[in-house]
Design a protein around this ligand. Structure first.
Ligand code: SAM
Length: 303
């Protein structure tokens, strides 16, 4: 029996994620995302693509001023609300498409967090535009995704070369420049297979979508697996060499999209480029928070 979509795997996924996240979230992805986010006390937070809402509720319990979890999957939200009812944290949950955050006022959010969902959302541009709309002055957009360079659906894989005394780990990647949707299989029981959709995009596409919406990248992390992941996941030690996840922090450009940097078309125009690092230094940004990072899809078959 084959089922399709996030609703189809919501119960199965909730069982794996619980209140702490599964192994990959706990020991690879979340430390990178949470380390980048830092303290949340007093912040108005939007958790975009919140799933079962375990992070949404964690932020509410950590003293955020308000936290709303948004997801398109009705089943995931029903689970999130059920968990909230059982152990109230103050988090709210809203069913919305990420590219249509109707009901969330302009400039009303200090932190939009999006953990491992942006690559699964079909309308990247529309989503990032909505994120930029709801972000308050000084607000931040922090997201984690499958690393676009190293984790591309079935077009990337590990290759282990074993010789008598040595083992070399290769990460093979093909078709990086071809952006496309693919279906991710999840074996949710011995007899049931479900599929979700994911969208491979190049790094350039992500950066462009952020820039077009008036957001500049302030920081990036490539999370490394923690000791638990190295010990318990067959891929854990491989990810010490090649990261499968990426954490990005972006924030509104000081004077809006009109002043975003232009990528020069040829040589010789370098002077006209203002990099985000330059702007960051000017505004006192950059290098504030340090920590580990790493990531790939949670609970992927064979993870
Ligand atoms: C891999 S899950 C991550 C969930 C959660 N952030 C976590 O870390 O456990 C991706 C989530 O994105 C949600 N999603 C996919 N497309 C969406 C869209 N267009 N709008 C809102 N949520 C979406 C899915 O329903 C799913 O809950």
């Amino acid at each position: 029996m084959v089922r399709e979509g996030w609703d189809a795997i919501a119960e199965w996924r909730d069982h794996r994620m619980g209140e702490a996240g599964d192994l990959w979230h706990r020991a690879i992805i979340d430390p990178g995302l949470l380390g980048q986010i830092g303290a949340v006390r007093g912040l108005r937070i939007l958790d975009l693509g919140c799933g079962n809402g375990y992070l949404t509720r964690r932020w509410a319990r950590a003293g955020a001023r308000s936290v709303v979890g948004v997801d398109r999957s009705a089943r995931s939200l029903a689970i999130a609300r059920r968990r909230e009812l059982a152990r109230p944290s103050g988090a709210r949950f809203l069913q919305r498409d990420a590219a249509d955050l109707r009901g969330l006022p302009d400039h009303s959010i200090d932190l939009v967090a999006c953990n491992m969902a942006l690559m699964d959302i079909p309308d990247l541009k529309g989503t990032v535009r909505e994120v930029a709309r709801v972000l308050a002055d000084g607000g931040r957009f922090v997201f984690s995704i499958c690393h676009p360079c190293f984790d591309l659906d079935e077009r990337s894989a590990w290759e282990i070369e074993r010789q008598l005394y040595t083992e070399t780990v290769w990460r093979k990647v093909r078709g990086y420049t071809e952006e496309r949707m693919s279906r991710v299989p999840w074996k949710i029981s011995d007899t049931k297979l479900a599929y979700t959709r994911t969208y491979h995009r190049t790094l350039e596409t992500y950066v462009r979508a952020l820039g077009d919406a008036g957001l500049a990248i302030r920081a990036m992390r490539e999370p490394r697996p923690g000791p638990e992941a190295v010990r318990r996941s067959p891929q854990g030690r491989f990810m010490l060499e090649v990261p499968l996840h990426l954490v990005v922090e972006a924030a509104p450009w000081p004077s809006g999209p009109a002043h975003r940097p232009r990528i020069p078309s040829g040589r010789g125009s370098r002077k006209s480029v203002r990099t985000s690092a330059t702007v960051g230094r000017r505004r006192g940004w950059g290098g504030r928070r340090r920590g580990t990072g790493s990531a790939r899809r949670a609970a992927s078959p064979g993870s």
